[in-house]
Design a protein around this ligand. Structure first.
Ligand SMILES: [Zn+2]
Length: 509
């Protein structure tokens, strides 16, 4: 086990009887001699993801096994810790410095065999596997990628057009390797597995360097079977979204463009989570962006980067709430302020105050319809007088899934259904459409989504009603009387045009 040359050194360390030394003694003695750390590797599991950077051939040749990778260090253990040739080769191969750990030789040998033989037959390098997962998210235009550990392995699901779809699953070791690599790419602490972490990960397909860079927000959550990951695709293409490209009706578009030109006041976009509110607000900001205007946003988190716009992420953990950030940024002389979400009384009051003092304020709320936003602001402690003065308009929106063109089928709806949709006076051969499900739409019958909008424009008479504290219903009724097309009517229009289905109309409006 020990070469003649170093026997005296061991004897100096106090190991008089070399022959009866245990492997633990050898390990600790060697570590002391070389000034290295020792590990018995008792509960150690090898990390197969390291095969991407440390091929099994190299491991076999150097009789060395890579243990972990910490930032720019690669930890290795050698079967013969004194093998200077092998060490020199490893140091030559890796730009990152090699950190040697001394471990019992028979244990290193065991790990080495396992490292060189495991999963060899059907081995896709982890890097390729991970790339496929990210690429799939981009090509299917998924909004999120979920990696979920269970007792026996990992499941990958994508949220596409608002619904989760299972994509594939893989073994526990592969799952762990992918999770580590993703955390590495997002600059998270890999060793930390018991605390939730957030980061940002960027990815450009290796085989297509001209395609755009995809960015993901990565969030980890410890579960009893390991870390669960969710990657939200931050779609930078949204930054080139033009108001012209959103599916407004000509009337709504014209009114909205006029409203955005008002020198001050409050504009609210409302709808449930995932209804595209942020995209609409970003398109508005993009439209308003001009070198003579200062735009500042407060967001949780910053989802897209907008050129020429000062974007501030809020951070509740250190006390940077929406309200507090808003207060500070008002001293930065902005013209236009976008508040990602108004979700508490303090923020609502600040937003009203800012609109009253000559700023254009854009924000989002969670309410069912446009008129509901007024009730919500009042509930949060906003004053009716102030709101009536500053509110310019509220845009409510929904995203409806659109029928897959490849498997679209016409059918004749029953009279009862038509009546419930307010479509009783239809010709005899009236048809509606749905998707049968095919390969192109992964059997869902849908591809993509289209937004519908309801614009509540504050004119003189509505302003008076808001001032008087009119009810939600009365405001809605009056707005419709004065030309507001409600969401339901817009949805039914898409239905009649064969763009969406009855199910979508009923679910979202
Ligand atoms: Zn289809």
């Amino acid at each position: 086990m020990i070469s003649e040359d170093i026997v005296p050194l061991f004897q100096e360390l106090g190991f008089a009887d070399i022959a009866s030394m245990t492997s633990q003694d050898f390990c600790q003695g060697t570590a002391a001699l070389l000034g290295l750390d020792a590990s018995l590797l008792d509960s150690f599991e090898i990390d197969l993801s390291l095969k991407n950077i440390f091929p099994p051939e190299l491991a076999a040749r150097c009789q060395a096994v890579p243990l972990t990778r910490k930032r720019d260090h690669l930890c290795v253990a050698l079967v013969d810790p004194f093998d200077a040739k092998a060490l020199a080769l490893l140091r030559f191969m890796f730009e990152e410095s090699i950190e040697q750990i001394v471990a019992p030789p028979e244990r290193v040998k065991e790990l080495l065999d396992c490292y060189c033989s495991s999963e060899n037959s059907s081995f896709t390098p982890v890097a390729d596997h991970l790339e496929q997962l990210l690429e799939h998210a981009v090509t299917t235009q998924a909004s999120d990628l979920h990696l979920e550990p269970s007792e026996h392995g990992w499941t990958v699901r994508y949220r596409i057009d608002g619904l989760l779809q299972e994509h594939c699953s893989f073994s526990k070791s592969r799952g762990k390797a992918i999770v580590s690599r993703m955390k590495l790419m997002a600059h998270l602490d890999i060793a930390e597995q018991r605390r939730a972490q957030d980061g940002r990960l960027e990815y450009r397909p290796r085989n297509n360097l001209n395609s755009h860079l995809a960015a993901f927000r990565l969030a980890t959550l410890p579960t009893q079977f390991g870390e669960s990951l969710v990657l939200r695709l931050l779609d930078r293409r949204a930054t080139c979204l033009d108001l012209e490209q959103l599916s407004f009706t000509p009337t709504v578009r014209t009114a909205l463009l006029e409203l955005l030109q008002e020198p001050y006041g409050l504009f609210i976009v409302t709808g449930p989570t995932g209804s595209g509110k942020t995209t609409t607000l970003y398109s508005c900001l993009q439209h308003l962006h001009h070198e003579t205007i200062k735009i500042v946003t407060v967001e949780d988190p910053v989802e897209y980067e907008l050129e020429g716009v000062l974007q501030i992420p809020i951070n509740e953990a250190i006390g940077l709430s929406f309200a507090r950030t808003l207060r500070s940024l008002l001293r930065h002389d902005p013209d236009i302020i976008m508040v990602g979400e108004t979700r508490d009384a303090a923020t609502a009051r600040m937003a009203l105050q800012a609109s009253l003092t000559g700023h254009r304020v854009l924000t989002t709320l969670h309410t069912g319809d446009a008129a509901g936003a007024i009730a919500r602001i009042l509930e949060m402690g906003g004053e009716a007088t102030t709101l009536a003065t500053v509110l310019r308009g509220v845009l409510a929106q929904r995203l409806l899934r659109t029928i897959c063109p490849a498997c679209r089928m016409a059918y004749q709806p029953g009279e009862k259904l038509l009546a419930s949709l307010g479509l009783s006076d239809t010709p005899n051969d009236f048809h509606l459409y749905r998707g049968e499900g095919c390969g192109a739409c992964e059997q869902t019958g849908y591809t993509g989504r289209q937004a519908i909008f309801e614009l509540f424009l504050v004119n003189d008479s509505l302003q008076t009603l808001i001032h008087q504290g009119a009810s939600h219903l009365l405001l809605r009724e009056k707005a419709i009387e004065q030309g507001m097309v409600p969401l339901r009517r817009e949805a039914v229009r898409l239905l009649q045009e064969g763009i969406t289905t009855v199910e979508e109309v009923l679910q979202w409006t």
